[in-house]
Design a binder for this molecule. Structure first.
Ligand code: HEM
Length: 412
């Protein structure tokens, strides 16, 4: 007798992540538009057959991300594994504050906030200008074409965060390669773990160095003001340092490269950014580019700590949630009917590119200053900047938690 295979009840569910259209690579996956218009939330199927609720509407995202019943604690048994490499940590792992809930999250985050206030990051403006012009000098010294990612977008924020933490910029290939692996959705748990352990060992070594010879940098101050006083253990400081080093360069680098490409595709908008000498116009444009691109694509993952209702949908305790920030930022209910357009003059205030709620980006003020300096400086230094390959041949990074580009060949 032959037995009929049981039909897979999840087979009909849409997959997560959804693919973006090749024709509109700046736009979120097309399905999200439909999902925003349907009542309740949509369920999606992950690579391992498990299910998550997709939250795609602007208002639902804001409401749920500030709800204390929505947990960011990766040790929760229901926490979704959105890729093979997202491992549920064991008891031996020190979990960083970004992956826990308050009060521990708030306690550790508070130790870092003063380094990222508007005042602190504004005081870095001159240093950042120097880093930007130094990199433009190097990129333009050997010809009239370059890979903008390798020669400008990646070096600028890497050098800035290396200075802030006082880790040697000469190690940039090491920390950039390992950081990228942490966002790669195609790697195995063992590969992601190896990258994370390599970064942890590296940062531990630097924390120990700062215990012996403290300086005035952020990590030295964590050592002298928090570890030495017993408020923080060295093991707890490692994932904190890692969050800063990793999130501190990969995200901004992606925004510089993709932001440049977005402007090259919209020459009228590019001219507005290049030709103004009003810092408020530049600041507004940066917010709109952040909104339009919303690179934190597949990373906002949570689990329901208790039963709750989101957008009219009952979500049971222990069920997984994925928040699509790109979708929320294109929601017509947030911005009106032309939410898909890039319009650097519109007030994009209230966008979700840096997340929302207690985990909203700690480094956002720094990222803003870096973008406000890097984008106009590049466009002014190279007024004839253009793509060196057809737009159709640009390789977008589609299989990563952060949307972006691995390279961007340009000429001028
Ligand atoms: C344009 C650049 C950036 C973008 C688009 C971005 C985006 C984000 C987003 C969406 C989150 C929320 C994650 C969540 O809710 O789970 C976040 C958190 C975070 N970001 Fe950024 N980020 C950027 C730059 C930076 C920089 C420059 C730093 C540090 C120097 C940084 C450090 C962090 C940290 C530590 C967190 C975790 C905060 C917490 O859990 O309390 N980010 N970022």
């Amino acid at each position: 007798m032959t037995t009929q295979a049981e039909p897979d009840p999840t087979a009909e569910l849409p997959a997560f992540p959804q693919e973006r259209s090749a024709r509109c690579p700046f736009d979120p996956p097309a399905a999200y538009r439909d999902w925003r218009q349907t009542a309740g939330l949509r369920k999606a199927r992950l690579w391992d057959g498990s299910q998550v609720w997709m939250v795609t509407r602007y208002e639902d995202i804001r409401t749920a991300l500030r709800d204390p019943r929505v947990s960011a604690d990766v040790r929760h048994p229901g926490f979704p594994r959105v890729a093979p490499g997202s491992r549920i940590p064991g008891p031996e792992d020190e979990v960083g504050f970004a992956r826990t809930d308050d009060p521990r999250h708030a306690e550790h985050r508070r130790m870092l906030t003063r380094f990222f206030t508007v005042k602190s990051t504004e005081s870095m403006r001159q240093d950042i200008e120097d880093v930007v012009s130094g990199n433009l000098d190097r990129m333009t010294a050997h010809g009239r074409s370059a890979d903008l990612v390798a020669e400008f977008a990646l070096p600028v924020p890497s050098e800035v965060i290396a200075r802030l933490l006082d880790v040697p910029y000469e190690d940039h290939v090491f920390f950039q390669e390992n950081a990228r692996k942490l966002f790669d959705l195609t790697l195995s748990a063992a590969e992601v773990r190896a990258a994370s352990q390599a970064l942890a060992a590296y940062l531990l070594q630097h924390l120990e160095r700062k215990e012996r010879e403290p300086g005035d940098d952020l990590l030295s101050r964590l050592v002298t003001e928090r570890i030495a006083t017993g408020e923080l253990t060295r093991r707890q400081a490692v994932p904190m340092a890692m969050a800063l080093l990793v999130a501190g360069h990969e995200t901004t680098a992606t925004m510089i490269a993709l932001g440049t490409l977005d402007l090259l595709r919209h020459p009228d908008q590019l001219a507005l950014v290049r030709d103004t000498d009003d810092p408020r116009v530049v600041a507004g444009a940066v917010e709109e580019i952040l909104r339009h691109l919303t690179i934190a694509d597949n990373v906002i993952v949570r689990v329901a700590g208790e039963d709750l209702t989101i957008g009219g949908q009952l979500v049971r305790a222990g069920e997984g949630l994925v928040f699509s920030l790109p979708s929320g930022n294109r929601d017509e209910a947030f911005l009106g009917p032309d939410a898909d357009a890039l319009d650097v003059r519109r007030p994009a205030t209230g966008h979700l590119a840096f997340g929302y709620g207690p985990h909203q980006c700690l480094g956002q003020n720094l990222a803003r200053v870096e973008l406000q300096i890097a984008l106009p400086a590049l466009l002014r230094r190279l007024p004839t900047l253009r793509l060196a390959i057809p737009f159709e041949d640009v390789a977008f990074r589609r299989d990563a938690a952060l949307y972006g580009l691995n390279e961007l060949p340009v000429t001028w």
